[in-house]
Each structure stands twice: as C-alpha cells, then as structure tokens.
Design a protein around this ligand. Sequence first.
Ligand SMILES: O=C(O)CCC(=O)C(=O)O
Ligand SMILES: [Fe+2]
Length: 185
Amino acid sequence: MTATVPGLTLVPEWISAALERDIVAAVDAHPWDDSLRRRVQHHGYRYAYRGRKVDAAEPLGPLPAWAAELAARLCGESVFTCPPDQVIVNEYVPGQGISAHIDCVPCFGPVVASLSLGSGAMMELSPPEPGPRAVVWLPPRSLLVLAGDARYRWRHAIPARRSDPDRGPRGRRLSLTFRTVVRRQ
Ligand SMILES: O=C(O)CCC(=O)C(=O)O
Ligand SMILES: [Fe+2]
C-alpha cells in the first residue's frame, strides 16, 4: 500500500525536451562542486550541508540565465509567492541517491520545487507518524512541488540504486531545486 502526501504536486512535462537539452548543456558548462558523494551546484546562495544553514547576507551573485528564467516562470504560475532566489543542482549517476530528509526549515520558505532532467527516478516519502510510505515516480521534465505537510512533515529520499522497480535501469539525472531563502530580521 502506498500513501498520498498532502501538499505534494507533480506536473508532468513542465518543460519541453528542447528546453531540457538547452538547460542540461548550460548546467554542464558551469563548474561542479564535487566535494560531496554526488556532484552539485549552488546558485544564488550557498547552502552549508554540515551546519544546515544559508547565509542570507552572502549572496553568490545573480542566478544563471536558465535559473532566472525558470524562477520567473515559477512565480508567474503562482507556484511561489515571490521569486525563488536559491537553486541547487544535484547530479545523480546510476547508483546515487539522497537520503531521507526534510529541507532545512529555518533556511528556506514554504515551497520547494524540483525539476527533473535526463533520467527519471523514484522518490520515497515517509510520513511524520509511523505508516505506509509514498512512492512517486519523477519523470524527466516534470516539476515536483512540495508545500504544506509534504514540505514540513514528510521526509523524502531517492534510494541509491541502479534501477527502479518496474522502470528499469536509471541513466544520469539532474534535479534543479528552487527555494526561497528566509531572511531573519
Ligand atoms: O533530486 C531530487 O529530486 C531531490 C533533491 C532534494 O531533495 C534536495 O536537494 O533537497
Ligand atoms: Fe530535499
């Protein structure tokens, strides 16, 4: 049995295959940070995985053009109430994943949106109280939006494996996750 997750929305084919190709090329033209187990890029603000914090006083500079365009579209479509100003790119090669977590609550605002490019992947979400997990297939070019309980109470993970049940082998996947940095007064 799988559960449904309040606050989770998945929009298939949020971008075209042509735009997907252009964004992957633009992302790959930018240097990667390979100090973690998977390669990442941080745009807008750096997120410190270790201390789980973002320094809102230290912007990295303007978002790259592809990220600024997608951020504007997310705003225009009212996915966010203000333009997201922080983007993390994750690269997963087959066998890589991300362990179960809730995105940093004091660091980021109430909406987190993640665009999948390249390969699809299966996401597992665990409820706040013991109970059945939810499994969501994230196809390439889809937009996953986490708000409400999906953002604040459920944990999400991408199991580190080479293929997904019923979906076959994974290829290289990029996820582009848009967030809004919380500014403390
Ligand atoms: O790759 C994904 O779709 C999820 C990424 C994620 O959960 C994160 O960066 O916090
Ligand atoms: Fe996350």
